[in-house]
Design a binder for this molecule. Structure first.
Ligand code: AMP
Length: 143
């Protein structure tokens, strides 16, 4: 099997993130690949159906900034330089797809809760990434 060259790990910044990061790091070490780190901030307006008569840009900026800081902390812990840390705003699935293409990534690593039955119908980020991304996808089971 050819070695992976550039691995993108997408994290949701919850307490589950280290499980996903640990696996991504291990794959990178085994393949001597470069590791990229990303987080997608969901647009604030979405929660209100985009219909709230208020300027939310300041709140969005604050969320962005907080996400950047948290990603930076993970970056330092896992040895990922600032230029390989990406924070974007949008839908996680489509942003992960877009960034993986833009940076010529050959493996995307995400967490997966192994949903069953009805929950499966509701979909998950891992599912969305698997169906929208052209490169390989590693779904790390969250315990
Ligand atoms: P979920 O299906 O939302 O429970 O998320 C499963 C996995 O998708 C997480 O462990 C992350 O790898 C990825 N993910 C979910 N939300 C985001 C996000 N906002 N930014 C980056 N990755 C995410």
């Amino acid at each position: 099997m050819p070695a992976y060259k550039r691995v993108l790990v997408a994290i949701d910044l919850t307490e589950e993130a280290p499980q996903v990061l640990d696996k991504a790091k291990a794959v990178c070490e085994a393949h001597h690949a470069e590791l990229m780190l990303m987080h997608v901030v969901e647009p604030v307006g979405y929660a209100y159906g985009g219909d709230i008569p208020m300027d939310l840009s300041e709140l969005q900026d604050q969320l962005d900034k907080a996400a950047r800081e948290q990603l930076h902390t993970y970056g330092s812990r896992y040895g990922v330089a600032a230029e390989r840390q990406v924070v974007t705003v949008g839908r996680p699935e489509s942003e992960i797809h877009r960034v993986s293409q833009e940076f010529g990534v050959d493996l995307v690593v995400v967490g997966s809760h192994g949903r069953k039955g009805f929950q499966l119908l509701l979909g998950s980020t891992a599912n969305g990434v698997l169906h929208g991304t052209e490169c390989d996808v590693l779904a790390v089971r969250i315990h």
